[in-house]
Design a protein around this ligand. Structure first.
Ligand SMILES: Cc1cc2nc3c(=O)[nH]c(=O)nc-3n(C[C@H](O)[C@H](O)[C@H](O)COP(=O)(O)O)c2cc1C
Length: 332
């Protein structure tokens, strides 16, 4: 095929957000640290801040953390707003973080879960953009009713909370909405990146690939486990958060099994108990995942990763990954 001089890289997403490479480093609890966000944005993609990771794992004051990123790059950065209204204290905290991010010049927000109406209202008033994570049409329509500007299509190969549909099936389900569509899940090589853009996606969101980078604050043990893992080593486990999360099938994961216990499942379903159970699960999982991501001993081998491990063969600088992927897209 002949070089297309970057046509694949020039998409509605890059034009809207003002970046050079249609690549998002997705928010990752507990792996997103300021250095990773800054490195991705500086190299022409866009890094997304995960506020709980920034403040709880990496112990930054939220505003100071953003200013730290600004010392490394002046290019666009984004923030993840996880919508969870069951706890008022959590909701109020997220509203405050969003307001600080807008005050500090962040203009690209990715919402996950729930109804993003209050986020869209605040971000649009500041002249920014909101993209919404979706796994199927129903959530896309909910997001569009709230006025979101783009959709992140989370497929069945994604790290974190995976969807149920393949990248192609999700594209076919969502392309008719005429919003920029980002492919999230399973991108771990230059070929995967090019294939997603050729499918018609306006960009990709990658998580797992960016954990195995020099800048990511996760332990070398965790990064090496990603490099060593094969696609068949990735399983969905309910043991940590109560809903299926994509993890590496390490000895601990195999020993614990993949299903939540009977009592936990029953309490998670109960009308009166489910909010309390979710809160308990969330608090426990935040602590466990933080410990597992930073511990270098290998004893806490509870590591989230997606099937994109198949294409990841080395720990590399984030900027180099972006440059190699962009070069591959230019040569198509
Ligand atoms: C360790 C890990 C943590 C994640 N945490 C979050 C999160 O806090 N918020 C979110 O919206 N998505 C989260 N995700 C999803 C990513 O932002 C991204 O959509 C996903 O990793 C893409 O799939 P990939 O890992 O195959 O590249 C997480 C993914 C991973 C691997």
């Amino acid at each position: 095929m002949s070089p297309d001089n970057g046509k694949l890289l020039d998409t509605p997403f890059t034009r809207q957000v003002g970046i050079e490479v249609p690549m998002i480093c997705g928010a990752m609890y507990p792996c997103t640290n300021p250095e990773l966000v800054a490195a991705v944005s500086e190299a022409g993609g866009i890094g997304i801040i995960q506020p709980i990771s920034l403040t709880y794992v990496y112990r930054h004051d939220f505003r100071e953390g953003l200013r730290g990123i600004r010392k490394i790059t002046s290019k666009p950065i984004g923030m993840n707003v996880l919508i969870e209204k069951s706890s008022k204290a959590y909701h109020d905290k997220m509203v405050r973080w969003l307001d600080i991010a807008l005050e500090e010049g962040v203009r690209f927000i990715i919402t996950s879960l729930g109804k993003p109406d209050w986020v869209v209202e605040r971000v649009h008033a500041a002249g920014g953009l909101v993209y919404h994570d979706v796994t199927e049409r129903k959530w896309a329509e909910k997001g569009m009713d709230c006025g979101v500007d783009g959709l992140i299509a989370v497929n069945n190969r994604a790290g974190g909370h995976a969807g149920a549909l393949s990248a192609q099936a999700l594209y076919d389900a969502l392309a008719g909405y005429k919003l920029p569509l980002i492919c999230a899940g399973g991108i771990g090589s230059e070929q995967d990146f090019v294939a997603a853009l050729q499918m018609g996606y306006a960009g990709v969101q990658m998580g797992t690939r960016f954990i195995a980078t020099r800048e990511c604050g996760a332990s070398e043990t965790y990064k090496n486990a990603i490099v060593a893992a094969q696609e068949q080593d990735i399983v969905l486990s309910e043991r940590i958060t109560g809903v299926p999360v994509s993890v590496i099938a390490t000895p601990t994961v195999r020993r614990l099994g993949l299903k939540a216990g009977f009592l936990a499942r029953w309490l998670l379903r109960g009308r009166k108990t489910k909010h309390l159970m979710r809160t308990l699960y969330t608090l426990r999982s935040l602590w466990q995942l933080k410990r597992a991501s930073l511990d270098t001993s290998g004893d806490n081998d509870y590591w989230q990763a997606g099937k994109s491990v198949a294409g990841i063969h080395a720990i590399e600088p984030a900027g180099e990954i972006i440059r190699h992927y962009a070069t591959a897209a230019r040569q198509r």
